[in-house]
Design a binder for this molecule. Structure first.
Ligand SMILES: Nc1ncnc2c1ncn2[C@@H]1O[C@H](COP(=O)(O)OP(=O)(O)OP(=O)(O)O)[C@@H](O)[C@H]1O
Length: 323
């Protein structure tokens, strides 16, 4: 049974119509004309418990608006959302106990308090029993290496430290669903990896359902098996990451280091550079093992590798096709 069920979800924003000419600002205020922006336009999907789903789309596609409706911050114009048996905007308190939310751009921690006290307050707000709180704090301090800055006021934390604190805060009360909105934005490679490892572990060990919006597709490659891609408020793709690649980028490249290679049957030479040759092939037509065997049988090869298409380039292709 799905833990998140979204059906025909629509969110429209009404904005005063911008007037032009003299006294434009005053006339904009006085005329009661509005333009309507349909930020989310009939979105439906279901997420099963324990899934990790990347909710992706270009800027302005409607990702944050959807997440705000799932978390109960915004009320939809029409459509339904069920999150573990609740309608988020009607039952905000009950919904808040079953979800953890981390926004990369904004913290839910108290700016002036040391991280330790922020965590303690969140534990109190969510009625976490004292022994459970102590156990969770210890566990997260180890996994996220919070120790060195637990007593530092949040405003003095680096972005990476603050994000680790926010993740601990979001998971202190054992929510079964975690929403992550751009969790690695602005972080260095090491900090990104630490966040991804922690989220992957939560999912494996506690079965936490994760909905992740991000522009960093390495987050998705590492964590998600499934992608829901939205564009102009509508679902453009919902399915397996591998299937997406197979559908939109069926070709692979075999990179061969050799002194001479004219061509091989079943593949096309697409690039040559400093003793390397790039051969493009479709693995459903030319099996990689056969291609490699054919190359090795006829050429003196010092190195070879097969390059998978990057998710980033696949997704750019989809956006470009839809424009
Ligand atoms: N409060 C609001 N009032 C009016 N329009 C809004 C409001 N919030 C969002 N929008 C508009 O709705 C559309 C979708 O915005 P949303 O923030 O959901 O996109 P997004 O996919 O999260 O984009 P990004 O990747 O840039 O964060 C945009 O055109 C945006 O300008």
């Amino acid at each position: 049974m799905p833990v998140i069920e979204v059906a025909d979800l629509v969110k429209e924003f009404r904005r005063p119509k911008q007037q032009h000419g003299s006294f434009a600002a005053v006339r904009t205020l006085l005329t009661r004309e509005y333009t309507v922006k349909r930020a989310v336009d009939g979105v439906s999907f279901r997420i099963e418990p324990g899934e990790m789903v990347g909710y992706l789309g270009p800027n302005g596609a409607g990702k944050s608006t959807t997440i705000k409706m799932l978390t109960g911050i915004l009320v939809p114009t029409s459509g339904t959302v069920q999150v573990a048996g609740t309608t988020p905007w009607r039952d905000r308190a009950r919904n808040a106990r079953q979800i953890g939310v981390v926004f990369g751009q904004r913290s839910q921690l108290w700016w002036d308090l040391p991280l330790r006290e922020s965590l303690w307050l969140i534990g109190r707000l969510y009625d976490v029993p004292a022994d459970r709180f102590a156990q969770k704090q210890k566990q997260f301090a180890e996994l996220l290496d919070l120790g060195p800055f637990l007593d530092t006021p949040v405003r003095q934390l680096s972005l990476g430290q603050r994000m680790r604190g926010d993740l601990a805060a979001a998971m202190l009360y054992d929510p079964s669903i975690l929403y992550l909105d751009e969790p690695t934005v602005g972080l260095d490679v090491v900090a990104k990896e630490r966040i991804r490892t922690f989220v992957g572990r939560l999912n494996r060990e506690s079965g936490t359902t994760v909905v992740l919006t991000t522009h960093d597709l390495d987050d998705v490659e590492e964590l998600c098996d499934r992608i829901v891609l939205i564009d102009h408020g509508k679902v453009a793709y919902d399915g397996d990451v591998d299937e997406l690649k197979a559908r939109y980028a069926p070709h692979r490249e075999l990179v061969v280091q050799t002194d001479h290679l004219e061509g091989v049957e079943g593949a096309e030479v697409v690039r040559r550079e400093e003793g390397k040759v790039w051969l493009r092939f479709d693995p459903s037509v030319t099996p990689p093992a056969e291609l490699v065997a054919a190359v090795l049988a006829r050429h003196r090869v010092t190195d070879l590798s097969i390059v998978e298409p990057e998710l980033e380039s696949v997704i750019h292709r989809i956006y470009a096709d839809r424009r």
